[in-house]
Design a protein around this ligand. Structure first.
Ligand code: CMC
Length: 370
């Protein structure tokens, strides 16, 4: 009988040249570089060049990618008159899902997909606030232009740099749920738009990319350092999972958590990054880690990327309703690179299941996977 691995734990389903997550050591390598080095040096266009190199139809430098993304944001903005009326009243994440579906598998390239995420997100958010959308500025970098399209103001360089760092830090991460989804859809040759749309749907869930908004809800509910213990007791009694903690692969601290914590530290003085917020977050983190260690002594559960992503995005000035969309803005680079890689490997992904339902009278052949 075939072995079952629920959740596909430990199953190696693809070879990739893109990234390697070492869950024991707490290390993330993207195309031969440690994530800390990438976070220190790269902006969005450099990260795109790193991930797409050798996979996209032709190699282009970060400068050319920056220019192409600027033009693609203008093209994405031309779709807003169709998107906005159709998404009135929807939460931004659902609006973005609808927006991606407006693109065509037949003639949408990876630049347009990557550009559509910030353009649609900025306009969708402004629509929820009753504000008109702001046209993209193709001269800006991707992070800077997103902040400009969101706020209508020239972004503070520190905030734009912090967002760039956040985006590149989450751009790729092995065969996570959304990237796997993208590869499954790409493997059927459905096309890049379909693959990325499916990936966004997987990202949206609270166990994956939907966690950072609830991290801030958690901090708000706890209120102050004295509130940590009673709040935790309530959560464990209710069997709730604590957002921003635990990981399928890491058995130690997620290295991206510290990169993002560094982003928050650099933004001290900005909204949401005041001393009290950070002190509360650190107290909550310490208390949760201590409690998880007691409750799961044989299963190391540590802080994951989402905990400090939440604080970083808040300090950058993003509303929490946009945190998952900001995650998508970075991860779309990884999705598109994996889609290229999957399309080159050419093997349709089709695992098997074990049937445990009723059998027709007379029985059936010995259980096989199918
Ligand atoms: N809070 C409370 N209990 C937890 C948590 C948590 N955050 N994470 C795991 N556990 C428990 C889990 O319920 C299980 O208990 P039991 O054996 O009694 O059923 C035990 O710890 C072992 O769980 P696991 O096998 O380590 O968990 P998993 O691999 O199935 O799930 C996870 C990984 C990330 C979905 C989970 O840790 C979780 O739900 N975390 C909270 C949501 C979150 O922060 N998600 C963002 C993940 S990082 C970004 C990304 O890569 O997507």
């Amino acid at each position: 009988m075939n072995t079952i691995s629920p959740g596909l734990d430990g199953v190696v389903a693809a070879e990739t040249m893109l990234s390697q997550v070492d869950g024991q050591a707490g290390r993330l390598i993207v195309r031969g570089k440690d994530i800390e080095e990438i976070a220190a040096d790269y902006d969005f266009a450099h990260m795109a060049a790193l991930l797409w190199d050798g996979l996209a139809p032709k190699f282009t430098s970060p400068a050319v990618i920056r220019r192409d993304l600027g033009q693609a944001r203008l093209a994405a903005a031309a779709l807003l008159p169709k998107l906005l009326p159709a998404t009135l009243g929807l939460p931004p994440i659902e609006g973005l899902r609808a927006g991606l579906a407006l693109l065509s598998d037949a003639d949408c390239d990876h630049h347009l997909l990557c550009a559509a995420v910030p353009v649609f997100t900025g306009a969708l958010w402004r629509q929820t606030q009753g504000q008109a959308s702001i046209a993209p500025n193709p001269k800006y970098g991707q992070a800077e232009d997103f902040l400009a399209m969101l706020t209508g103001k020239v972004p503070a360089p520190a905030a734009a740099r912090a967002l760039d760092t956040s985006l590149v830090t989450v751009a790729d991460h092995g065969l996570n749920a959304s990237t796997f989804t993208a590869r499954v859809v790409a493997s059927t040759r459905a096309g890049m738009v379909s693959s990325v749309t499916a990936a966004l749907c997987a990202l949206k869930g609270p166990l994956h990319g939907g966690a950072p908004g609830p991290v801030l809800d958690m901090l708000d509910e706890i209120g102050d350092v004295d509130g940590v213990t009673p709040w935790l007791e309530k959560q464990f009694a209710a069997g709730n999972r604590l957002m921003g903690f635990g990981h399928r692969i890491y058995r130690t601290r997620d290295p991206r958590a510290d990169v993002l914590k560094g982003v928050v530290a650099k933004l001290r003085g900005h909204r949401g990054s005041g001393k009290n917020r950070i002190a509360l977050a650190e107290a909550v983190e310490t208390a949760i880690l201590a409690e998880l260690a007691v409750r799961y002594p044989t299963r190391p559960l540590d802080t994951n990327v989402e905990f400090y992503t939440a604080l970083a995005l808040e300090a950058i000035g993003l509303p929490r309703e946009l945190f998952t969309l900001a995650f998508a803005m970075g991860r779309v680079l990884g999705w598109t690179a994996h889609i290229f890689e999957q399309e080159q490997s050419g093997r349709m992904i089709r695992p098997a299941s074990r049937y445990i339902g009723p059998v027709p009278e007379g029985g059936m052949a010995a259980a096989v996977a199918g």
